[in-house]
Write a protein that binds this ligand. Sequence first.
Ligand code: Z5A
Ligand code: MG
Length: 212
Amino acid sequence: KLANMVKRGALIVLEGCDRSGKSTQCSNLVNYLTAHNIDSKLLKFPDRTTSTGKMINSYLTNATELNDQAVHLLFSANRWEAMDDMRSMLLAGTTLVVDRYVYSGVAFTAAKGLDMNWCKQPDVGLLTPDLVLFLDLPIDAAEQRGGFGEERYEKREMQIKVRELFLQLRDSLWQLIDANRSMQEIELDIRQRVLSTVDTIHDKPLKQDLWT
Ligand code: Z5A
Ligand code: MG
């Protein structure tokens, strides 16, 4: 009986263009939620600490080569291996704030020219987010934030394609956030949207019907 009284946590995903401030905002959000007694945890994909994550890191930093399909499946496996823990935490009442998820998975591989429907298949059945906040930032503004880094995908042409593909993936879970504002403005905006989600999802079941 007691277990039934635990309200589940919300699965909140932050997605967005490179340099849009996802990591900054995820960590500020978790600090805020924690300070307000909302049990929450920050997760990030790719999780570079696991064995699949180490292979992904080596690919992204150009230390190794992998074919496009293989690395796509590694990114998906990197999410799958986190699913059991994520489900347990959500059901135990912890709200998860996730820095990149399946949308990055599909957008980056499809930007290389692979079929979008193929790209979606390995993630079918992963936990469905309650809210996806997409931090949108024009490429020029992103470049003004210190330019792109040295990792494999951090190139202007790639980032332009990825943004277009991201926008094709918009669904009913998405809310667009204008990331071309001050960190503080964005933070307040995100906070409001997340609090209203956390307040309203408790009676909705946790779903694993992604992309179906
Ligand atoms: N990838 C994939 O291919 N398949 C997948 O399935 C997944 C990912 C999950 C690594 O991701 C790569 O993996 C990524 C996608 C691909 N490749 N690319 N490109 P990552 O998450 O590890 O990448 P990252 O380097 O940590 O994230 P990022 O996108 O570059 O940055 P961000 O997290 O969005 O931004 P930030 O680190 O918070 O901020 C960036 C800078 O801007 C920093 O100096 C901030 O201080 C500054 N900043 C932040 N907000 C503002 C505002 N509002 N104004 C001004 N300046 C700001
Ligand atoms: Mg980041």
